[in-house]
Design a protein around this ligand. Sequence first.
Ligand SMILES: *Cc1c(COP(=O)(O)O)cnc(C)c1O
Length: 377
Amino acid sequence: MIPFNKPFLIGSELKYIEEAVKSGKISGNGKYTQLCHQFFEQKYGFGRCLLTTSCTDALEMAAILADIKEGDEVIIPSYTFVSTALAFVRQGAKIVFADSYSDNPNIDLDSIEVLITSKTKAIVPVHYAGVACDMDKIMELANKYHLLVIEDAAQAIDSFYIGKDGIKKALGSIGHLAAFSFHETKNIISGEGGMIVINDERFTDRAEIIWEKGTNRTQFFRGEIDKYGWVDIGSSFLPSEVIAAFLWGQLENLDIIQKKRKLLWEYYYQQLNPLANLCGIKMPQIPDYATNNGHMFYIQFATLEERTKYIERFKKQDILSVFHYISLHSSPYYSLKHDGRVLPNSDKFTDTLLRLPMYYELSETEIDAIVNCFLEK
Ligand SMILES: *Cc1c(COP(=O)(O)O)cnc(C)c1O
């Protein structure tokens, strides 16, 4: 059996969890949480980092920080996970869905300027498969119309954007705010887990408060104030030290994990590319301004029927391949609120994109077995 995803241990995850328990503190914001924060701030040039219990939570924090209110509009790709939209819907926002490019699931930036109105507050680009959106273009639009940019970088750890100035910047370091996921299906895992990155200092103090149930406890522990209390809205967004200890065991090995995933991705590409025409599949495209972080190996079929045929074919060989998002603009929850614009590229990826097994412990032999399924008559 080749599963689609498989959680893995790579280093001292279990040892660190044990240490955390024995230290007598496993609630949040302890030693391991702080090690993780420092790691990200130093390695990727992120602003203030705060671990959260999920990327969904990080996006909810971002929506609160962006002060999204009833009637505000937020521009989001339709081809994304529910959480990207949900965070803003909970604040009362109207979601304005944008289409994907025809050759890449990322938000089509040529289609969004006409969607901006006086009510638009934010754009939420999703770096699908860890492949960067064109951030120069997004930041230009945001500056022109005074919008906030919240990167949904759930899949984009250790991936970069190369700007017009030639400078390589980590995804998650460019927007005003960004959200990452450490869900077991992502590159770096802690079961459930996430992180918000605050690159715009205007939001840092408030972020720490919202993170700690609306209290100024973080400032108190730094010795900046002599008692703490309830000062704002918030929630319990911070994870326990058990989660942070697991994550730290992974982060220490991030370069090893990333090297392996990128090798697996390259191997898939080399093996499948010569068969692409024969099998009627489109290979993933990575624009010049983006890097590949080996998050996902996806291909595209010509039709839904073709994709279904291949899913069945894989299943017979005990190989699990899975399709991905179903356009949010046509979801049971939001379709009646959507303004009726057709988003054909998003629908096309809904019907034809297929993700092949991809995880740290996958082997080249297993990839060979997967690729062999394409050769069957
Ligand atoms: C995984 C994912 C999320 C949600 O992450 P959780 O940590 O499971 O909340 C949000 N957006 C995108 C694009 C994702 O891939």
